[in-house]
Write a protein that binds this ligand. Structure first.
Ligand code: GDP
Length: 471
C-alpha cells in the first residue's frame, strides 16, 4: 500500500476479492502482489536478496589467514548402547568443567567446555550418532574429533561399527576410548584386535589410531583422553577468525515456558555478543541473553564456544546454521524470507500428487480426479494409453487426461503438469535435460514405461494403494 500510495484498507479489499484474507502486517505471495500491482498499472520487480545462510559458512573465503587463531576442538562421543557414552560425558563434565566458583551449577545445554593443561576442549553433549548424523544431513559439520567408546568387557558391537562408519564418512578423526577397564573381565586387546578389521590399528601395532584405556565410573584415564584430544587437535591445526560477526550451528533448541525459544549455539567462526541481530535457521531475533554451561551470563562467545541464547522469534532445529547480521532489519528480512520459503516448500510437498502418495490422498478426499499427461513415440500408443487409462475407475476417482503428444517429454509438459498438479507418463520416450531439472524443482512425478499394460497397472495399483513405495 505504501509503495502504491493507496490506503491499506483498499488493498485488503482487493485481496479479499482475490480470495486472499490478509491482515496489514502479512507477507503476500508473489502472485497476489503481481495481480494487485497489475490492477494499478504498476510493474513488480523483485529485489534480489542474497541469503548468506545458503552459502557454505564455515569455510569463509574472505577469512584472512592472518586473522585466524587457534580454536578449541569440538568433540562428539559415539559408540554402542550401554558402553558408557553418557557416563563418560558426565565424568568429564564433573571433574573438568572449570567454572566452579560459587553459584555455578552445571546445566545440560547440549554442549560444554572443559580445560586441560590450560587448553580448552568442547564436548557436544548428545551421545550417539543419531544427533551427529542429523546435523550432518542438514549440512552442519560441527565435529572435529570423534571419541569411539567401546566397552572392554563387550567388544565391538553393531553400533560401534555404525558409529565408526559415520565418523569415517564425515572424515572426522577417531580416538578409541576402551571403557570399563575396572571390570574383571575387561579385555582391551580383544577390542584392538576387533577394530583392526575396520582399519583402526593402534599405534603400538604400527597403525595410527590412538587408543586410551578408561574407566568412566572411576574417572581413570580421563586426563590422558583429554591430552590425546589436544594432541589430535594440534595436528588438525584447528583455526577460526574471532574478529568477525559470529556464525555457527544450532546444537539444540526448545521452547521454554518462561524464557520463550531457547537455543544452544556452537559458535564456529567470529564472536557473538549480547544484542547481536541474528538469523538462526528459519528464525531470527536479537540475542537477549547468553549463558554458558554453568548457567552463568556471558557477554560474548568466540569460536568453539557453546552458548545458550534467548531472543529468537521461534524455535530453530538442531543442525541449523546461524549468522549474525549488521542490522536488525536485514536479519528480519532474511529470517522472514527463509521462514516463508520453508512454508512454501512444505505446502508444495503436501499438495503435489505423486503415485506413491496417491492412495493416501484419495482416502483423505484430497483428490477426486487424477490429472495425467501422456507423451509417447507414436500417436497410436498415445491413443492406446489414453483409452485404457480413461476406463480406470477406482472408488469413484476418475482419470483425467489433460494433455497428450508425440515426442520427448518437454519442459513445457512439466510446467503444465506442475500448474495442474498432474502426473506425466512417458511411453517409449524420455524427458529432456531441462524437463528433468524442472521436474525435480517442481516436484513433478514422471513415470516412464515401455509396455502399455505396465503403465495402466501402475496407475491402478497406485489408486488402490497397492504400489510398492519407491525409495
Ligand atoms: P551409554 O548407553 O553408552 O550412554 O552407556 P551409559 O553411560 O548409560 O552406561 C551404561 C552402563 O554401564 C551404566 O550402568 C554405567 O554405570 C555402566 N558403566 C559406564 N562406564 C563404566 C565403567 O567405566 N565401568 C563400569 N564398571 N561400568 C560402567
Amino acid at each position: 500500500a505504501e509503495k502504491l500510495k493507496k490506503d491499506t484498507s483498499e488493498i485488503i479489499k482487493k485481496l479479499m476479492s482475490l480470495g486472499v484474507m490478509a491482515t496489514k502486517n502479512e507477507e503476500l505471495e508473489k502472485t497476489s502482489i503481481e495481480l494487485i500491482a497489475n490492477d494499478y498499472g504498476v510493474t513488480v520487480e523483485e529485489e534480489e536478496i542474497v541469503d548468506q545462510l545458503d552459502i557454505e559458512l564455515y569455510e569463509d573465503p574472505d577469512d584472512d589467514p592472518d586473522k585466524l587463531e587457534e580454536r578449541a576442538p569440538v568433540v562428539t562421543i559415539m559408540g554402542h548402547v550401554d558402553h558408557g557414552k553418557t557416563t563418560l560425558l558426565d565424568g568429564i563434565r564433573k571433574t573438568k568443567v572449570t567454572d566452579t566458583e560459587a553459584g555455578g551449577i552445571t546445566q545440560h545445554i547440549g554442549a560444554y567446555q572443559v580445560e586441560e593443561n590450560g587448553k580448552k576442549v568442547t564436548f557436544l553433549d548428545t551421545p550417539g550418532h543419531a544427533a551427529f548424523t542429523t546435523m550432518r544431513a542438514r549440512g552442519a559439520q560441527a565435529t572435529d574429533i570423534t571419541i569411539l567408546v567401546v566397552a572392554a568387557d563387550d567388544g565391538v558391537m553393531p553400533q560401534t561399527v555404525e558409529a565408526l562408519n559415520h565418523a569415517k564418512a564425515a572424515e572426522v578423526p577417531i580416538i578409541v576410548a576402551v571403557n570399563k577397564m575396572d571390570k574383571e573381565n575387561a579385555n582391551p586387546d580383544r577390542v584392538m584386535q576387533e577394530l583392526t578389521e575396520y582399519q583402526l590399528v593402534p599405534e603400538a601395532w604400527g597403525g595410527e589410531t590412538i587408543f586410551v584405556n578408561v574407566s568412566a565410573v572411576k574417572g581413570d584415564g580421563i586426563d590422558e583422553l583429554l591430552e590425546m584430544i589436544l594432541l589430535v587437535a594440534e595436528v588438525e591445526e584447528l583455526k577460526a577468525n574471532p574478529a568477525k560477526r559470529a556464525q555457527g550451528t544450532v546444537v539444540e533448541a526448545e521452547l521454554d515456558k518462561g524464557r520463550g525459544p531457547v537455543a544452544t549455539l556452537l559458535v564456529q567462526g567470529g564472536t557473538m555478543n549480547v544484542g547481536d541481530p541474528v538469523v538462526v535457521g528459519n528464525t531470527y531475533g536479537r540475542v537477549r541473553a547468553m549463558t554458558n554451561e554453568v548457567g552463568r551470563r556471558v557477554k560474548n562467545a568466540g569460536p568453539s564456544t557453546p552458548v545458550e541464547i534467548t531472543g529468537l522469534n521461534g524455535v530453530p532445529e538442531a543442525g541449523d546454521q546461524f549468522l549474525v547480521f549488521a542490522d536488525e532489519k536485514k536479519a528480519k528480512q532474511i529470517g522472514e524470507g527463509r521462514a516463508n520459503r520453508a512454508k512454501e516448500a512444505e505446502r508444495k510437498q503436501t499438495s503435489r500428487v505423486s503415485l506413491d502418495d496417491l492412495f493416501h490422498q484419495i482416502q483423505e478426499g484430497e483428490i477426486k480426479e487424477i490429472n495425467i499427461i501422456i507423451k509417447a513415440d507414436v500417436q497410436g500408443s498415445v491413443e492406446a494409453v489414453r483409452g485404457s487409462l480413461e476406463k480406470i475407475d477406482v472408488a469413484g476417482v476418475k482419470v483425467n487426461i489433460i494433455h497428450t503428444g508425440v515426442g520427448a517429454i518437454t519442459e513445457s509438459d512439466v510446467i503444465l503438469a506442475s500448474a495442474s498438479n498432474a502426473i506425466v507418463i512417458g511411453f517409449n520416450v524420455r524427458p529432456g535435460a531441462n524437463a528433468k531439472r524442472t521436474a525435480e524443482v517442481e516436484d513433478v512425478d514422471i513415470r516412464l514405461h515401455r509396455v502399455i499394460y505396465n503403465a495402466i497397472e501402475e496407475i491402478e495399483a497406485a489408486m488402490k494403494g497397492l504400489l510398492d513405495p519407491e525409495y
